[in-house]
Design a protein. Structure first.
Length: 175
């Protein structure tokens, strides 16, 4: 009599599971690095958009008002005015900074305490350095987005204008 075998043996199933685990061990770190790079790119893009929003803000409300000194002023409102300019979404235009988006916290500050606001510094810092992003980013009223040269730590506050423009710590991103 001839017996035909149906199904898989336990050894064959264990070999398949081992192969799947090996492939996963190779793929998951690459996936995490890709995700972190995507968050970094999104943060830089958000700072570019913030620079554009600031340019639109000063064009709309004039040099007697200057730039916005908070993210909230760039956000939505009814009606759109200098306190809610409708230039950014409500995720970034939060009332309490840092405003969280795509694994980063965003800050906006100015050295001016009264109108007109003549400068601003925007900061993007990973929520968890090395996991949600690799670098801190910043931008100032010169419209240049800068990246930290050597990753340091997640920032608890915004960078100052001087810190952001310090070429020993932050270099401009290429377009």
């Amino acid at each position: 009599m001839k017996h035909t075998r149906k199904g898989f043996s336990l050894i064959e199933l264990l070999i398949v599971v081992a192969i799947i685990l090996i492939i996963s061990a190779i793929a998951i770190p690459n996936l995490l690095r890709s995700r972190m790079a995507a968050h970094d790119a999104a943060a830089a893009s958000t700072l570019r958009n913030l620079n554009n929003s600031q340019a639109a803000y000063i064009a709309e409300f004039g040099s007697s008002i200057g730039y916005s000194d908070t993210m909230l002023k760039l956000g939505p409102g009814v009606p759109c005015d200098q306190t809610h300019a409708c230039l950014m979404d409500d995720v970034l235009a939060c009332a309490s900074e840092p405003c969280l988006k795509s694994g980063f916290g965003f800050f906006l500050t100015s050295t001016a305490s009264t109108l007109p606001i003549s400068d601003y510094t925007a900061t993007a810092t990973p929520i968890s350095l090395g996991q949600s992003g690799q670098f801190n980013f910043c931008a100032t009223d010169d419209g240049v987005v800068r990246q930290e040269i050597v990753p340091s730590t997640t920032l608890g506050t915004a960078l100052t204008h001087t810190q952001c423009t310090d070429q020993t710590k932050y270099l401009p991103l290429s377009k």
